[in-house]
Design a protein around this ligand. Structure first.
Ligand code: TYD
Length: 203
């Protein structure tokens, strides 16, 4: 039986992970793999409604409420999209997952990191990524890439995004087997080569 694979793409807004996800998908499809591209928050159905609230609600949102909304989306995503795809032998490429909650709500919003991790466990119910790629870049560059049109999360400010970046680096230090940090200041082609090498290692 084919064994499915679960790869997550992480990093601050504007780090270039979505471009790299698409390039890796093309590479894998060309090699004959069945690939599913998905994202958090808001893969489909109910998730899209949660995404709309998270990114565009213009009233005040408490940090804990924000955390639970991301977690609710994740639980639904795991049950309805990720697990079924991995079980049928698909390579699932997911734009953001549990480490976004740790980096953004834990380090960024400064909620207790250990509790966010515990709640993540509840949301994923035993499913963990085989590989996580963290695209690391300095905050000035990533915010310049995001531009003037910022959503609710992107408007959190440079100090927030510096904490998010440190959070990701901390996660990578704690779980070096699963989490690989990639220098996202390099060219798209150079980064793609690194990404394919890391993906091949887990295939
Ligand atoms: P999105 O438009 O998908 O941004 P990106 O292309 O950078 O992934 O918006 C997702 C936003 O939600 C992004 O700012 C990161 C944030 N986020 C969290 O704060 N916590 C989470 O658990 C997740 C999944 C995302």
């Amino acid at each position: 039986m084919k064994r499915g694979l679960f790869i997550t793409f992480e990093g601050a807004d504007g780090c270039g992970k979505t471009t790299q996800l698409k390039l890796l998908a093309e590479y894998l499809i060309q090699k004959g793999y069945e690939v599913l591209i998905t994202r958090e928050p808001g893969a489909k159905g109910l998730g899209e409604k949660i995404r709309e609230i998270l990114l565009n609600y213009d009233g005040e949102v408490s940090d804990r409420c924000e955390s639970f909304l991301f977690l609710a989306d994740r639980a639904q995503h795991i049950d309805m999209v990720i697990n079924p795809a991995v079980s049928r032998g698909c390579i699932v490429l997911c734009d953001r997952h549990t480490d976004s909650s740790v980096a953004y709500q834990g380090y960024g919003r400064q909620l207790p990191v250990d509790r966010i991790k515990m709640l993540n466990e509840l949301a994923v119910n035993g499913r963990h990524p085989d590989l996580t790629l963290v695209f690391d870049i300095d905050v000035e560059t990533s915010m310049a890439r995001v531009g003037q049109q910022k959503d609710r999360m992107e408007s959190a400010g440079n100090e927030f995004f510096n904490r998010v970046r440190q959070g990701y680096l901390e996660i990578a230090k704690e779980e070096p087997e699963r989490v690989k940090v990639i220098d996202a200041s390099k060219s798209i082609e150079e980064i793609h080569l690194v990404v394919t090498k890391l993906a091949e290692d887990v295939l």
